[in-house]
Design a protein around this ligand. Structure first.
Ligand code: BGC
Length: 345
């Protein structure tokens, strides 16, 4: 079967490969791939800056944002032929640590977790893949191709859940939130902020392209500069050091700043740690990081997608690339929001 693979650590080693059918050890649910979403992590893998093949293998099957249809599953698995599903990216470490033992693999403490398509486990960019029932999530077929957004949405469902848990350390009545970055992650953060009834502001450097309209369609405000007010919540989705400095320094007393961005720009930003300490202590600020998602967050994300406007979700997918032209899916083009590689015609 066809699959997009690469040699982790070797820039430009990606190719459309012919690989064996997925091993049964990968799980009892056999899935026909429909699509995979492409994100910055895939590009980092392609640039040889991130990722590891499974032990004993030289190449890694790419793809962690999946969508597929079940073609075979044991009756007791809870899945049936025809179900539309998404595979969970991270699997618990084998020790397991206290968090992984509880199903909180997103909070793995020893770093020995694996991630499909990223770290020591083959991904979903293959015509067929297998998954364990406990690491497979059913999605509503009504979502169509937009269900490929479930994985990035799950990362934001976790981030929002943690923001709210931290917020409840004291009286918590946030009015507004600032999201930095209007890529798929930022737009998901903004959607979930709006679903919580917040006055949402999104900041991005793009003047043209689909992003300003996608933000406004949510009932949120688009900014090209850090806004003049002090936000109660910041969801930072760029990883840009300069924006992180602005977010931490420009938010309200008692605010929560959640960092979700990875692989931000190389430009260093300097930080006055003494000043940061003073403002964090005297104004009860929280800055925290959030990555990945567990099963519970995938379910919360499925609810968020089900509650979103279907046309808005579809508009997020700005490029659909057939497998024959797979290389184009990994190019970054002007006006791209989410690019999806189609594995079925
Ligand atoms: C994925 C996460 C993953 C993270 C770090 C992100 O692109 O969406 O699931 O945990 O990369 O590898």
């Amino acid at each position: 079967m066809r699959a997009v693979t690469l040699h982790p650590g070797q820039a430009g080693s990606q190719r459309l490969d012919d690989i064996p059918e997925p091993a049964e050890a990968q799980g009892s649910v056999l899935v026909r791939a429909l699509a995979v979403g492409v994100c910055g992590t895939d590009r980092e893998l392609i640039d040889g800056r991130y990722g590891e093949a499974r032990p004993g293998a030289e190449r890694l099957v790419l793809g962690h944002e999946s969508l597929g249809r079940v073609i075979d599953a044991p009756r007791e698995s809870g899945f049936a032929t025809g179900d539309t599903v998404v595979g969970i990216v991270r699997h618990p470490d084998p020790v397991p640590c206290e968090n992984c033992a509880l199903g909180e693999w997103d909070m793995c403490r020893n770093g020995l977790y694996t991630e499909r398509g990223i770290k020591q486990a083959d991904g979903f960019c293959a015509e067929r893949w297998r998954s364990d029932p406990g690491f497979t999530v059913k999605v509503s077929p009504a979502l169509g191709l937009a269900a490929v957004l479930l994985e990035p949405a799950s990362v934001l469902a976790k981030a929002w859940e943690h923001i709210e848990r931290i917020g409840r350390r004291a009286r918590w009545a946030p009015r507004n939130a600032l999201v930095t970055g209007a890529g798929p992650v930022g737009l998901m953060a903004a959607l979930m902020g709006r679903q919580r009834g917040l006055d949402v502001h999104v900041m991005d450097r793009n003047e043209d392209g689909p992003k300003p309209a996608l933000v406004r369609a949510l009932g949120a405000t688009y900014h090209r500069k850090f806004p003049a007010f002090e936000p109660d919540i910041v969801v930072e989705c760029t990883g840009s050091p300069a924006l992180i400095v602005q977010a931490v320094g420009g938010s309200a007393p008692g605010s929560i700043v959640c960092l979700t961005g990875l692989g931000g720009s190389e430009h260093a930003a300097s930080f006055d740690v003494a000043k940061l300490n003073q403002s964090m202590v005297l104004e009860n600020r929280v800055v925290f990081g959030s990555v990945n998602a567990n099963l519970h967050h995938y379910r919360a994300a499925a609810d968020a997608l089900a509650g979103a406007d279907r046309a808005w979700l579809d508009a997020l997918i700005t490029r659909r690339v057939p497998l024959e032209r797979w290389q184009q899916a990994y190019e970054k083009r002007e006006g791209d929001v989410k690019t999806v590689l189609l594995l079925e015609d």
